[in-house]
Design a binder for this molecule. Structure first.
Ligand SMILES: C[S@@+](CC[C@H](N)C(=O)[O-])C[C@H]1O[C@@H](n2cnc3c(N)ncnc32)[C@H](O)[C@@H]1O
Length: 223
């Protein structure tokens, strides 16, 4: 399934100047850029963003991590148009045109290998557990040795929803589609390890979100 139906509060983006704008993406961009600057591999070149949304994030990432060539991707055609409108409105030369990609499909990992950095924000709670595991397996295939996978969003913690806002959001998601809803931090760490990745960091982020950082083992080729 490419893009599941989600409650309207789960993916809010409004038209603005020929692009889509999400208040939440504007709010969490700076903390995400700070995080990526800390965890991105020092010798990395290729970065892939999954489920890029409006395109606000990838513009910020490309500006703050200029040594990477950024490839945004999305499954929703309207959002692909918005990402490309953001790219057209910037002078940055290290962003490729947005690529259609269903991050929950099988097989994209081999086609996108080798990536030094893969970033995913705010998708795992909108898909099923089976789709989330498939996404992580494909990301593991797509990563180069020593590449990093960063997964950001809301999670339950050791089986607990830890704030009233998280409990209410998770309930709204599961009422709309019982296969979706918050994933547990320990489950996602297990899925990463099962896909051959090593957990390097679990970072507390604003608004009770988490960033899970994984590394693919192996040596980088010389040169
Ligand atoms: C809540 S938004 C998050 C967007 C952006 N990453 C952010 O944090 O602002 C979820 C995004 O995931 C996209 N999406 C949903 N299912 C997807 C899939 N299977 N593959 C790729 N993108 C998907 C939606 O179109 C939407 O843009």
């Amino acid at each position: 399934m490419a893009v599941r139906s989600v409650p309207s509060l789960a993916s809010v983006a409004s038209p603005k100047d020929g692009k889509l704008f999400a208040e939440s993406a504007a709010r969490n961009l700076a903390p995400l850029c700070d995080l990526l600057q800390q965890v991105a591999p020092p010798l990395g070149h290729r970065a892939l963003e999954l489920a890029s949304g409006t395109g606000q994030h990838v513009i910020g990432y490309a500006s703050r991590l200029p040594d990477f060539s950024w490839q945004p991707s999305e499954a929703d055609p309207a959002r692909l148009d918005s990402i490309n409108a953001y790219i057209a409105a910037t002078d940055l030369t290290n962003i490729r045109p947005a690529m259609p990609l269903d991050a929950t499909a099988t097989g994209w990992g081999a086609a996108q290998h080798p990536q030094d950095l893969i970033v995913l924000s705010n998708l795992l709670h909108l898909i099923s557990s089976a789709e989330a595991q498939c996404l992580i397996q494909e990301a593991a295939v797509a990563l180069a040795p020593q590449g990093r996978l960063v997964i950001y969003g809301p999670f339950s913690r050791g089986g607990e929803l830890t704030s009233p806002g998280d409990r209410s959001f998770h309930s709204a998601l599961t009422a709309h589609d019982p296969e979706t809803g918050y994933k547990d931090d320990f489950d996602v760490l297990d899925w990463g390890e099962a896909a051959g990745l090593r957990t390097t960091q679990v970072v507390e982020m604003p608004a009770n979100n988490l960033a899970l950082v994984f590394c693919k083992e192996g040596s980088q080729p010389d040169g």
